[in-house]
Write a protein that binds this ligand. Structure first.
Ligand SMILES: [Zn+2]
Length: 244
């Protein structure tokens, strides 16, 4: 590759970067897994990207750390901008220079994952520890009881828990049970991806029809501090907003 081509690539790359960070999503595979792999292996067993199915629903869990101190269920969000939300609100908001996007409260998401796991591996709820970690690029403005932290704090947060809950033999048993539950066949993974795509299509369809995807009321164009946006006509009962 010539120097010129490399400069072009670098320039295009830096142009794309701000756009890319607004896309809500996952880290490149392995980033968080790599950080978690620094935990001492004899006390912490890390299982990444677990898909389990309970009562017909599939749950995708980013990372599970099974340790003698409890089972950490980790939800990670690679978002930038300002993040606002409360423990029990249904939606949280990502705000990038006034561009608002709502997303499902990750605490609720995490709770449903813990519930699914608890029912399948027969471990009491108290032995699960939720952790929600956001990118250090964002600014967390959330008010929660459940720990919502930056990715750089994740090892410290895990190591904060020092009360022993399981012995090492139990640890191996739990890991085996989770691994047995994990859907890792390509066919089942495809089905899970299809389900997500179907839900996304349904949301987009409703937006095209001017209908609130959350409650079914009409959306109305409103003028906010940072520009125009679509809000639910059912406000304040429904807080759904959408900006193009
Ligand atoms: Zn609504």
């Amino acid at each position: 590759m010539s120097l010129f081509t490399r400069i072009i690539f670098a320039a295009v790359g830096s142009l794309l970067k701000p756009v890319k960070t607004t896309i809500k999503g996952k880290w490149g595979e392995g980033k968080v897994a790599h950080i978690l792999s620094r935990l001492p292996e004899d006390e912490y067993k890390v299982i990444n990207d677990v898909i389990i199915q309970t009562n017909g629903y599939t749950s995708q869990i980013d990372h599970i750390v099974v340790s003698i101190y409890g089972i950490f269920v980790v939800e990670t969000k690679n978002y930038s901008g300002w993040i606002t939300g409360f423990e029990n609100s249904k939606q949280w908001t990502q705000n990038i220079y006034g561009e608002k996007q709502s997303f499902y409260n990750p605490i609720k998401q995490n709770k449903s994952h813990i519930l699914a796991l608890k029912n399948e591996i027969y471990i009491i709820k108290d032995n699960f520890i939720p952790i929600i970690a956001f990118s250090d690029d964002c600014s967390l403005k959330v008010e929660t009881e459940t720990p919502v932290i930056y990715l750089s704090q994740i090892l410290g947060e895990i190591k904060r828990h020092t009360e022993v809950k399981f012995d090492k033999t139990q640890l191996d048993g739990i890991v085996e049970r989770i691994k047995a539950l994990n859907i890792d066949s390509p066919e089942m993974r495809q089905q899970h991806a299809d389900e997500i795509r179907y839900n996304k299509q349904r949301t987009e369809e409703k937006l095209r029809q001017g209908i609130c995807p959350r409650c079914g009321a009409y959306l109305v164009l409103r003028q906010g501090r940072f520009g125009k946006f679509y809000g639910c006509s059912n406000y304040p009962r429904c807080h759904y907003t959408h900006s193009e």
